[in-house]
Write a new protein. Sequence first.
Lengths: 501, 315
Amino acid sequence: MENLLKVEKITKKFGNFFANHEINFEVRKGEVLAILGENGAGKTTLMNILFGHYTPDSGNVIFEGHKIDFGNTNSAIKLGIGMVHQHFTLAENLTVLENIMIGKQSIFSLSLPKKDARKKLLRLSEKYGLPINPDSMVTDLSVSEKQRLEILKTLFLDCKLLILDEPTAALTPQETEALFATVREMVELGLSVILISHKLNEILRVSDRIIVLRDGALVGEVNTNSAVRSEIAEMIVGKKIEYPKKQDVKRKSQYLQLTDISYKSLSFPAVQNINLTLSGGQILGIAGVAGNGQTTLAKLLSGHLKPSSGEVLFYENKKVNTSPKSFMNLGLAYIPEDRNSDGLVGEMEIWENVIMTEIDTPYFRNKFGWINKSKSFERATNLCNLYDVRMQSIRQPCRLLSGGNVQKLLLGRWLMRSPKIIIACQPTRGLDEGAIASIQKLLLQARAKGSGIVLISEDLDELLSISDDVAVMYKGALSEPINTEQTDKLSIGLMMAGEGF
Amino acid sequence: MIEFFEIFLTAGFWAATIRIACPLILATLGEVLCERAGVLNLGIEGIMSIGAMVGWMTVFLGADLYTGILAALIIGGVFGLMHAIFTVYLGASQHVTGIGITMLASSLGFFIFKLILPASTTPPKIKPFQPIDIPFLSDLPFFGQALFQHTPFTYLAIVAVIFAFWLMNSTPLGLSIKMAGENPMALEAQGIDVFLVRTIAVVLGSAFMAVGGAYLTLSAFDAFYFGMINGRGWIAIALVIFASWKPERALLGALLFAGLDAYQVRAQQLAGAVIPYQFFLMMPFVLSIIAMIIAAKRTRYPKALLVPFRRGERH
């Protein structure tokens, strides 16, 4: 097959850190090329270079014989490269049609040919099987519709090469299937696609060829039909990963009970009539597509929000004031969804973050009531050793830690308190395979010690492998829990799309 | 009591409302343009002030009135460009830069005025725009006097609203401006230069503001003095929120505020002895605040307002 794009010796540094180091590869006409790698391996940086967002320190990108000008997306777009970014690049206050047609003419043109644009949009929408209403406001679209719009936007600019950066991050399994059908369709019609992902299973199903990046360098290239899953997984991480196995644990008494909890407000998605029980030694998984009320539920469970109606009961039907503090004092730990903004203070040092939850304990005070630094340092050092938080010094600010280490620190801080109940909200989201395995291992260890855990996650594989039961959230309602032995990915996926609600 | 209602029935009241509204309309449109692109322009008060001075001075030095408007337009654009260089290209704080521009522009304006006319104690005067009667329409009872006996500058302000409405809703530039203020990455992803779009919006918006200032010296009054903008720029900042960043609603908001102002002057004359005049002076502001509270509840801010766009950074 003919080459469409050739990447030659691309190197990009951020400070002293090589985000990309001498990367060479090519994309052929009519193929799906997958780029795999952990977070921070340099995939997104590389794509931002191809698309012209970033200027590399050295190297060239050649598209159909033309060099791409860097630092300016216009050149890549004119040549026929389209990119769907990991985070949507849509203006929510405009309509679908308006979002699509921008960029087609010069901004100094005096007319806005909406009629022609609408015709072309509808034609493309039919050709590629991507239904959309041109007059909807973007803010009213669902996540998968927004993604469809992103793809149509690039097709509208007549792209020949489509870059999809982590396109399935926010999709249900069914929506993912539909997306991949579209990708195959586009390739049939002569386009080329670069697919970036860290989900290996998906890549193996849809791609023709795979290249793997690790620490900014290209470490492997394989044809998908001759690829072996475990070999690629090792290539991505650079070593063997051991996934934790769930052991049988004796259930303890009931630790937490929610009866008919409802919550209504403008700032968070509403939840209605939630019933839930959690026992010690149980992991209760909560599945659902983002935005169906999981965040609200997590905040209700951790005492950050007071339910509009219904009751939260601890242990033997004990009731306490709704506040994070009083819940904590009952032995509850909370891993927030956004670990960087709600879990830790990035600008503060590691040891400060470690003792943040312990600051009322006399042990960490000296006789004047000031912070006892030597005991605090000791605690921080112990924690980092115990939970394998890789850092240079406990005096470094937390924001310099990688996502996996931040999460280990956060989880470790709670585990030091031997919590009875753990509310873990998306604890492995955005982490790479190695870190995911360690976090899951820590959760399973806590379970073995008798903690009850509510695990809110969008990753079905994770939920099915480590939780005892799974309940699904859809539009603010929570299903009955189902034993994970008696269900599979497909039926949970259907429930996530609203079946049975 | 009935006299207080009769004010609304006088054509003079409506004519005054339109007159008072004009500088506010122009200034608010200017601020709408800037903020829609994601740039708060607190330079408004100073830009209006220097626009007022430059417009007036141009005419005083012998040019005709339309050249005066053009001169104000250009000086507004120059200060807009300064604001854009700092806030758009260098990503400086929009608040600090804006306030700096206001202090610079208003003081510089008065300084230049004093350099050219050092000795004047009573401000010299020019012959400003005169009302023109629109044929036939101006003869209509009531409406004729209220709507069709204004200066050309007043009609120009109305044309400006139509222009801004057309720009925002029917041109690729307007669409780009709206997108730059909502999600600049969306614009960049479509191959459009965010910096350029924001700069154009700020320059154009600032030119509108300066022309709004020039309305005071070329049409409403006939002289320039220090501090004559008297907070109109700040009112415009509030009106932008009332207008939900839409040109057509900016017209409505400016008319509402101007109406309250025109009313309080007349109400003061009626009740001067009974109620202290300060109460009436306060009224338009209090009522504006109430109107804003009601209107702003439903308001959606441009999401990228105040957020500098930095190209090629990790996000």
